[in-house]
Design a protein. Structure first.
Length: 401
């Protein structure tokens, strides 16, 4: 088998996922077109050398449907021989796409593959694609479905974390992200989006709150107490019988933001890179997915990390930096605790609480952020992981070259 190397990555800014958001007027295929053209330009890339484009999209309906990967390849005027495929592993879709690209390369079947994802959450609401997981009463009952926010509050209750604990984590996410943005840590990766007339739309992540404070967060009402009282708390407690009552602590300020965004990563073999005149930045050392408990739904990162570490012959102490997606504050808090990892190695430039979670793209974004920060700090190894809808986890380990 060949090694799979990361040659480049880039992303759009993340725009507020509402009608007044900076990217609302940009179609999802326009976001992808913007990135495809830029990755071609800045690498002087002969696109006929790229075998496939693998993209994640969690809500593949309307403008995001009909294999948007292939549509974007053609719209960006890449070589017609470059194929495109769209897939969904829920919130992990962006990282799954990179892992699939790496697997294609490592197998020797393909030489250069682009992985990434897109989600326009202001134009296509989360869940608008339906599915039995959330909409079929028989499946709901059989699998013990509850919304992820209720699962997050259940984790906080079982771990003994109170409202101040999760708010403090969220505050640090905003502070770290604000510092990183102002210091220019994201500039290499972020590609400004302009409209068809060349007019500016957005050039920086839109939802970071520089003025975030614990006092302001304390005024926010819990987001999941009402739906919990409608029966979802009872569903969760039927499975977690040692818990008497769920303490609802998550709200809009300590949960991932709804945003628009896209990301791409160029992955290839050593020979494929040489043929394209590219210099590798990192090697994808190991990747893993795993199923986890589907009611609480958010506990997959820990076993996924352990599985990837075992594949790589490593321990958590061997990893210099971690990116643990901030779907809810308790997810990175619990994962770090389980792995015995200090929080000063986790999400050092903030995360989705501050910058948002464009579902199909986030995994690719955080892996790219991880690589940039390893380079900036002159460190070697990093691990990116996400919790996944349906009760799954995913993890990827990279090593600089």
């Amino acid at each position: 088998m060949s090694h799979a190397y990361i040659y480049d990555h880039l992303r759009t800014p993340r725009g507020k996922g509402k009608k007044d958001g900076g990217l609302h007027q940009a179609t999802p295929v326009w976001l992808l077109r913007t990135l495809l053209k830029e990755i071609e330009r800045r690498n002087d890339l002969d696109t006929s050398l790229v075998d496939d484009v693998v993209l994640g999209c969690v809500t593949p309906v309307g403008e995001q449907g009909a294999d948007i990967a292939r549509t974007a390849v053609l719209d960006a005027e890449w070589a017609e021989t470059c194929a495109g495929v769209t897939q969904s592993r829920f919130c992990a879709s962006g990282l799954e796409s990179v892992n699939l690209a790496a697997a294609k390369v490592a197998s020797g079947f393909e030489d250069l593959v682009v992985g990434g994802g897109v989600e326009s959450m202001s134009r296509w609401k989360m869940g608008s694609d339906g599915g039995a997981w959330a909409m079929d009463p028989r499946i709901n009952t059989k699998l013990g479905f509850v919304p992820q926010g209720v699962g997050a509050d259940l984790i906080a209750t079982m771990e003994g974390w109170n409202r101040n604990d999760v708010d403090s984590f969220a505050l640090h996410s905003h502070k770290k992200a604000a510092h990183a943005r102002e210091a220019g840590y994201f500039k290499r990766a972020v590609v400004p989006v302009v409209d068809i007339a060349g007019l500016h739309m957005l050039d920086r992540d839109e939802t970071i709150r520089d003025n975030a404070s614990l006092e302001a967060m304390a005024k926010l009402e819990p987001s999941f107490s009402t739906i919990g009282a409608m029966g979802f708390d009872a569903t969760a407690l039927r499975k977690y019988t040692t818990v008497e009552k769920i303490n609802h602590v998550h709200h809009a300020g300590n949960s991932s933001g709804i945003v628009d965004g896209a990301a791409l990563m160029l992955v290839g073999s050593e020979e494929g890179g040489k043929k394209a005149g590219l210099k590798p930045r990192a090697r994808i050392r190991a990747a893993a997915v795993i199923g986890s408990e589907p009611t609480i739904m958010l506990t997959g990162p820990t076993p996924a990390c352990r599985k990837a570490l075992a594949k790589a012959g490593m321990d958590a102490k061997d990893i210099d930096l971690f990116e643990i997606n901030e779907a809810f504050a308790v997810v990175p808090m619990q994962t770090a605790r389980n792995l015995g990892v200090e929080l000063d190695r986790v999400n050092v430039n903030g995360g989705a609480i501050a910058m948002g979670h464009p579902l199909g793209a986030t995994g690719c974004i955080i892996l790219g952020t991880l690589l940039d920060e390893l380079e900036r700090r002159n460190l070697n190894t990093g691990l990116a992981t996400l919790c996944v809808g349906g009760g799954m986890g995913i993890a990827t380990i990279i090593e600089r070259v």
